[in-house]
Ligand binder design. Sequence first.
Ligand SMILES: [Zn+2]
Ligand SMILES: [Zn+2]
Length: 350
Amino acid sequence: MRSYALVEFGKPLQVIDRPDPDPVGTEVLVRVTRSGVCHSDLHIADGYFDLGDGEKLRMEDRGMKLPHTLGHEILGEVIAAGPEASDAPVGQTMLVHPWIGCGVCEACAEDRDNDCMKMQALGIVRDGGYATHVIVPHPRYLVEIGDVDPSIAVSYSCAGVTVYSALKKALPLREGEWLVIMGAGGLGLNAVSIAKALGVERLACVDLDPEKLAAARDLGADLVIEAGQGDPAAALAEGTGANIAAVLDTVGAPATAAMGVKILKKTGRFVIVGLFGGALKLSLPILPQRALTLRGSYVGSCGELKELMALVRAGKVKPIPVTERPLCEASQTLDDLRAGKVLGRVVLTG
Ligand SMILES: [Zn+2]
Ligand SMILES: [Zn+2]
């Protein structure tokens, strides 16, 4: 097998060739045919997340060892199974749920692997999908895609399930209330599309880039606001009648979070999934006085990915723009993503 591996933090990926792995126990071997390139891969490749005020969360401290194969949006053909995975769908193309927990804690027992404190996520702790092959620990993490285009299906395992799980925390809305989505990148565009599939009638999207906002509009956003023009918070208040009950921040930068909290109505809910980094300065009396809820949401559970794929397979979720590139362009794609040159998702094909 060949992988495009992170050998040194902050450096280009390198090709590593080694023998194809043999699945043992409950493991299955997947021949990767699609691998989505996610924004968080940039942070992992850099080796840290910015916690604000000069503090960093280092990947080494989260258990990552180099060389490491990035890529947590993985889809491919199941080609072999270990002796304890006899029910694995060998020969079928499946989407992989990469958010795998320790298997023994309270969260894992409730099938909330994404809330596990010792996650073994593919592409983050275990080797991931920027490769020709990947080992998945158990067939229960394989999700059927039906007749959905594999290049469309693949990013639902991260960007899709992340916003699906977050939207479940941000909704429901009362009649006339608005949902605001901060950011129109891979997460933000999926959020627009999935929120519409979930029946949200009033949805605004905020971004700096007019081209990305045009894509949000195409996916069903009722109002789009250019963050770099004039006073975006005032424009949102005017466009929504100051009736914003929920904000989903898919960027997670100090500016987006500050605006998100500011624009909410009393009893509003602010849910953050973006990992851009930084810190939020928050005036404490506004929390009780405006009875706000602030919460984070991290990826999603395998059950939520299955629920989302049922919506997708029913044709209810409009796909975000996707560009296919060959797997060997993995490193270049990370550079393009860093430079803000990617609309929607790049999917590596093998
Ligand atoms: Zn991701
Ligand atoms: Zn666990």
